[in-house]
Design a protein around this ligand. Structure first.
Ligand code: FES
Length: 495
């Protein structure tokens, strides 16, 4: 026989579990957002746990509402359970609980739609989770029938204490890690050239700092800086130091033979003590959490890969295949081989036994290994042919020529500025937007640097850039308008 108090027990239990899950989700989210946990690494389960806690809290709140209506003594109607002040039973505390429920729905819903919502709006909604926990605490403190018991007080003190601790951690860590306010990726700052060293034949290692060694914006492995050179050129260089070091940026610049004036200027003119304009860091080659990594670097393509290796936790399984013409031209080769003799394999083409069997190397690893490759196009094409696209991540320094149908005119509807721009077939979307006075930025204009990134609100982009996988761009709903077009007659962009 079913206990007649069943729904009464369910109501009380689900309320306390929901409160605990919400508190846990907020605390975990704060530890993630302040990088207290991310400093360990950023495996997917850390993010997933935050989401699951929030989702489970919502399920428990739903169960709480249903049990309130099913309980034969309480007999809440749907209106009383869902509409503030519709009940005579402690109307204000109940209304606070109902409001918390709607806020929780909004927070969880916005998390599911995170990639489709404007970032600021999502953040604004997400911060409502603090208010949700506060409302739930007040609701629980004034309506719970167990309020007078010692165990309920113990639970309440623990949960309120944890919430308070979370806010304190948020404030302290926010100050320590430079806060979470994102700068525009193209915001320029003047950095001082602290040192210029030769790290390999034709490669200069450059260290940059803010005046007075102030803390620099945080970055993740795979990120690059844009150097705004005094000769008017802009050049992108991957950060190759340790992301945990916040007082300087390290880059390495190869003097390319076909330099159009970027690397040549740097090699001939850049000296310690000079000041240079820099924007970024920006990242289109972020390392995703994975059980195992295979890194393949060719020549100066080692720079983003080195930063990834520097940031790996000690237990991570990884291998690096580093190929180049000769060791003397391969930046950081000896250092990496000396520090990581097991996972690092250096292939210098001028050494007797240096035959690079890519197929064998790729086959040696786990079939779940994520593969990150940066270097000459021939190397990246060869590796990409051996690895399923979903595990392959490429970073290009030069644009690839991509086959495309003849360009068609496209009507670009600009959501923020409420303007419409007709882009003729012979003009890039970026140029058309610039000519109409819209706030877009470009740098390489060949679809490599990622500077011109815009969010797609509606319509189907035709990706012609070389920044990242097309599937990733579609998932993130972004377009690089310096080269890409649309496969629909109208494209709505967030500009
Ligand atoms: S300006 Fe470099 S990708 Fe568009």
């Amino acid at each position: 026989m079913i206990d007649p108090h069943l729904w009464w027990y369910v109501t009380r239990a689900s309320a306390i579990i929901a409160w605990a899950l919400m508190t846990g989700s907020v605390l975990w989210g704060i530890l993630l957002s302040t990088r207290v946990l991310r400093r360990i690494d950023s495996p997917a389960w850390l993010q997933d746990l935050h989401r699951y806690l929030g989702g489970a809290a919502l399920v428990m709140v739903g169960l709480h509402l249903v049990s309130l209506m099913l309980d034969p003594w309480l007999k809440f109607t749907a209106a009383e359970a869902l509409v503030p002040f519709a009940t005579d039973f402690k109307p204000l505390p109940v209304a606070l609980g109902i409001l918390a429920f709607y806020l929780l729905v909004a927070v969880q819903g916005s998390s599911l739609l995170m990639q489709r919502l404007p970032r600021r709006f999502w953040k604004f909604l997400h911060r409502a989770s603090y208010l949700t926990v506060l409302l739930v605490s007040l609701h629980a403190g004034f309506t719970g029938t167990d309020v007078g018991t010692w165990w309920y007080r113990a639970v309440a003190i623990t949960l309120i204490g944890l919430s308070t601790l979370a806010v304190i951690v948020r404030m302290l860590a926010g100050a320590r890690f430079g806060g979470s306010r994102a700068e525009h990726p193209q915001q320029k700052r003047s950095l001082i050239v602290v040192s210029v060293t030769t790290v390999a034949d034709g490669v200069r290692g450059i260290r940059l700092e803010l005046p007075n060694r102030r803390r620099l914006p945080a970055w993740q492995p795979g990120a690059h800086l844009t150097l705004h050179l005094p000769n008017g050129l802009q050049r992108q260089y991957s950060l190759c130091g340790d992301p945990a070091e916040r007082h300087h940026y390290d880059i390495a610049v190869l003097h390319t033979r076909e330099s159009a004036g970027g690397s040549a200027w740097i090699h001939q003119n850049l000296l310690p003590g000079m000041t240079i304009e820099v924007s970024g860091p920006q990242n289109h080659f972020a390392r995703e959490p994975a059980p195992e990594y295979l890194f393949v670097a060719g020549g100066i393509g080692i720079t983003p890969i080195k930063a990834m290796i520097e940031s790996l936790p000690a237990h991570q399984v990884w291998r690096l295949i580093y190929a180049g013409r000769s060791r003397s031209t391969m930046a950081f080769a000896d250092d990496l081989a000396a520090r990581y003799p097991g996972p690092v394999r250096v292939h210098a083409a001028d050494e007797n036994d240096a035959v690079l069997h890519l197929a064998t190397i790729v086959a040696e690893g786990s079939p779940e290994a994520e593969v990150y490759c940066c270097g000459p196009e021939s190397l990246m094409t060869a590796v990409a042919a051996l690895v399923p696209a979903k595990r392959m991540h490429l970073e290009r320094f030069v644009a690839v020529r991509r086959a495309a149908p003849a360009a068609e005119p496209v009507l670009v509807s600009c959501r923020k500025s409420r303007r419409e721009v007709l882009v003729p077939a012979g003009q890039s979307i970026l140029t058309a937007l610039e000519q109409n006075g819209l706030p877009v930025l470009g740098s390489c204009r060949t679809g490599v640097c990622g500077t011109c990134e815009l969010r797609v609100v509606a319509g189907a982009p035709l990706h012609l850039d070389s920044v990242m996988d097309d599937a990733d761009k579609d998932r993130l709903r972004i377009i690089y308008p310096c080269v890409s077009r649309a496969s629909t007659p109208i494209l709505v962009l967030d500009v």
